[in-house]
Design a protein around this ligand. Structure first.
Ligand code: 1CP
Length: 323
């Protein structure tokens, strides 16, 4: 999850000042940052150090990641003229540093590397709003009032996601995750009409790569079946939906990723341990479970607590529900 490294002193030491884009564009630093949480926590997979707006940044759209804020676009998309600023991504030319980082990591890691991209809707929300926003008002207005423009934006972003995910897998990533973090602000009908086709296009295009495809968002309780039907092999679950409830909705064979509430990790260890055990219990020993936080690591979280979480999951994860 995003910001696994942010609470780590070793991350702060190598991250440097300024935009995170500079660290992403430096394969040596990006490799080291990706490895840090794996080394410290002993987790079973690594997530590439990059961002969901790395591709749009690389094609020169005009977006930066402001420290303490997130992705900020100088000139948000308002009309069809802006489509020209979303040219296709050519990974070898536009993001060679990401691919070099992937190759470095695959050479160094003993665990699988998860590559990722932002889903069209979530990336579009930054490009249309101009930055992080609470209710995505401009994005929803464009969806309803200029549906052709909105569909064209999402389609271009889908093609970029396909290009970056394919290149990451071709360079050695073992799984891919599509982050549609903010899709949960949409009703099921709005999601199906305006968003799902672009995400489904991505999942279909990367199917032949033969790697597991994970689909994640928060507040997606009512969207879970659509998240699966878009073409995912694994559905990410936030902490609001217990895993057994998710399997009632998705079927008994559903493979889930999740779902410890990150905020709980700010509490004393006994409370955190109880919450970890509750997640494991709600999975009930099902083999199709990737234990994870329900969203990103908060910078205030004590790394020692996260280390204990990993140890507890490793010690007890396979025991729950086993007879
Ligand atoms: O843990 C890691 O470092 C992995 C690399 C990673 C990933 C997977 C980063 C680095 N970003 C992401 C994905 C990402 N970026 C998502 C999807 C996952 C999620 O919902 O958490 C989203 C929505 C973003 C956009 C973004 N980038 C935000 C959110 C802003 C908002 O709207 O609230 C922020 C704060 C960033 C900056 C960022 N990206 C990554 C890190 C480590 C940071 C923190 C800031 C920094 O160190 O400069």
């Amino acid at each position: 999850m995003r910001q696994a490294g942010r609470s780590l002193p070793e991350y702060k030491a190598v991250r440097g000042e300024g935009s995170i884009n500079q660290a992403i564009a430096d394969p040596e630093r990006a490799t080291e940052i990706t490895l840090q949480p794996v080394r410290r926590y002993g987790v079973d997979a690594a997530i590439l150090f990059s961002d969901i707006v790395t591709a749009v940044h690389a094609i020169g759209f005009g977006i930066d990641i402001k420290p303490g804020v997130g992705p900020v676009a100088e000139k948000p998309i308002t009309s069809t003229d802006d489509l020209a600023r979303l040219r296709p991504l050519e990974p070898e030319q536009d993001i060679p540093y990401v691919l070099e980082t992937v190759r470095n990591l695959v050479g160094e890691l003993d665990v699988p590397l998860i590559g990722f991209a932002g889903a069209p809707f979530t990336v579009a929300s930054y490009l249309i709003e101009g930055g992080p926003s609470k209710n995505k008002a401009k994005t929803k207005s464009m969806m309803l009032d200029a549906p052709d423009l909105f569909a064209a934006v999402l389609d271009r972003l889908a093609d970029q996601a396909i290009a970056t995910l394919t290149a990451q897998v071709e360079n050695g990533a073992s799984a891919i995750q599509l982050f549609d973090s903010w899709a949960g602000c949409l009703s099921p009908s709005m999601y199906e009409r305006f968003v799902m086709p672009a995400s489904a296009k991505i999942f279909e295009a990367v199917e032949s790569l033969g790697v597991p495809r994970i689909h994640f968002g928060i507040n997606t309780g009512e969207l879970l079946t659509r998240f699966r039907d878009a073409g995912a092999d694994v559905v990410g679950i936030d902490w609001l939906v217990p895993l057994d409830v998710a399997r009632e909705r998705l079927g008994p064979d559903a493979i889930l990723q999740g779902n410890l509430d990150p905020v709980i990790c700010l509490s004393e260890w006994p409370s955190v341990a109880a919450a970890v055990r509750e997640v494991l219990a709600s999975n009930g020993g099902h083999p199709g479970h990737i234990f994870n936080l329900g969203h990103g690591v908060l910078p205030e979280i004590n790394p020692d607590i996260l280390k204990q979480v990993v140890e507890l999951v490793h010690a007890e994860g396979h025991l729950v529900g086993a007879s």
